[in-house]
Design a protein around this ligand. Structure first.
Ligand code: COA
Ligand code: MG
Length: 296
């Protein structure tokens, strides 16, 4: 599973910010062609991305490069894809995904461009923004519509707009959709990525909200400001205490349990059975994946 603790957004038409993008140490750097770029600037955004691919991509510190494209209903998606699907692009994030049909259409177009441009077919991943009422209802179907789909992002800002409610930092109005998107992502074998936190100067609020999403199953977050990268990496990387716990569970379960013919043992006063052991093993695997990704 790819490591996606930080999915960092940069408006593609903002030359100053794109100029800084190579130094951003996020897991995924996303150059945006959608709502952070005004309609009259879309063409310039596409050009900036092509320039970035040609001259900056090789020196970027982020692990992967994605581009967010406009949803099919805008009739801009095709032009976005034609402009940016070139070697060096790792993934495309589809904004306002509403259905599996939206995803299949993207999959076909990516295959065509990969073939035309001498890229390995299937090399460009798909990430979906689940940010409309319809998108939430169809999230699992959309996530399962192409084997390219590797992650779902819950988009709170558009979701609250679609629901005609006010976006709050506390986020009660988003709870159902935020939970639903995380479960849909896991059901489809994808990484769940939490919504942007727009009050970017409120570091304590950011951490609290991120911890809360972590417990819903989110393994990364969509970020709008450089100050959000470090706390995200800290929260989504297993803590020293949880690794110590996982190693303890592994040892006790394997040595006192399985080796002696039982699959239920006690560790630190609590029952450890097969799913607890597997959960501990997952924590250790996640840590290995993060170490390997950071070492690259
Ligand atoms: N990408 C690259 N650099 C960024 C950045 C981003 N997303 N957000 C902030 N920075 C840079 C600023 O340019 C500034 O650089 P400087 O010190 O050289 O001037 C520095 O980080 C500090 O920024 P700050 O002054 O705190 O914020 P700001 O007022 O410049 O920008 C936002 C605030 C919200 C407008 C900006 O963070 C942003 O545009 N974020 C991305 C928005 C986006 O992509 N939305 C779509 C997804 S929801
Ligand atoms: Mg949106």
């Amino acid at each position: 599973m790819a490591v996606m603790r930080s999915v960092f957004y940069v408006p593609s038409n903002n030359e100053k910010m794109v100029g800084k993008a190579t130094s951003i140490e996020a897991d995924i750097l996303t150059l945006d062609l959608e709502d952070s770029v005004p309609p009259a600037e879309k063409a310039r955004g596409r050009e900036e991305i092509k320039k970035y691919l040609d001259s900056s991509r090789a020196s970027q510190k982020a692990k992967y490069l994605y581009v967010r494209v406009n949803n099919w209903e805008t009739e801009m998606t095709n032009d976005d894809l034609e402009a940016v699907v070139y070697p060096g692009l790792d993934g495309v994030c589809l904004a306002k995904c509403g259905s599996g049909e939206n995803v299949k259409r993207l999959d076909w177009k990516l295959e065509e461009l990969e073939q035309r441009r001498g890229m390995k077919v299937g090399s460009v991943a798909i990430q979906l923004l689940i940010e409309t009422a319809k998108g939430v209802i169809n999230a699992y179907e959309a996530a399962s519509a192409s084997c390219r789909v590797n992650s779902l992002i819950f988009g709170a800002v558009d979701f609250t707009k679609d629901m005609r409610v006010t976006l709050t930092s506390e986020g009660k109005e988003q709870l159902y959709a935020r939970f639903h998107t995380a479960v849909a992502a896991r059901a489809a074998g994808c990484v769940a990525i939490d919504c942007p936190y727009v009050a970017f100067q409120d570091t304590e609020g950011y951490k609290k909200s991120t911890e809360e999403g972590r417990q819903m199953g989110y393994e990364g977050r969509m970020l709008i400001h450089p100050s959000q990268i470090e706390p995200s990496h800290e929260i989504y990387t297993p803590s020293a205490a949880s690794i110590e716990w996982a190693e303890g569970v592994k040892k006790v379960f394997e040595e006192e349990g399985i080796a002696k013919g039982t699959a239920a043992v006690t560790y630190l006063g609590k029952m450890v059975d097969t799913p607890v052991y597997e959960n501990a093993m997952q924590i250790l695997r996640t840590m290995e994946e993060i170490r390997a990704a950071d070492a690259k």
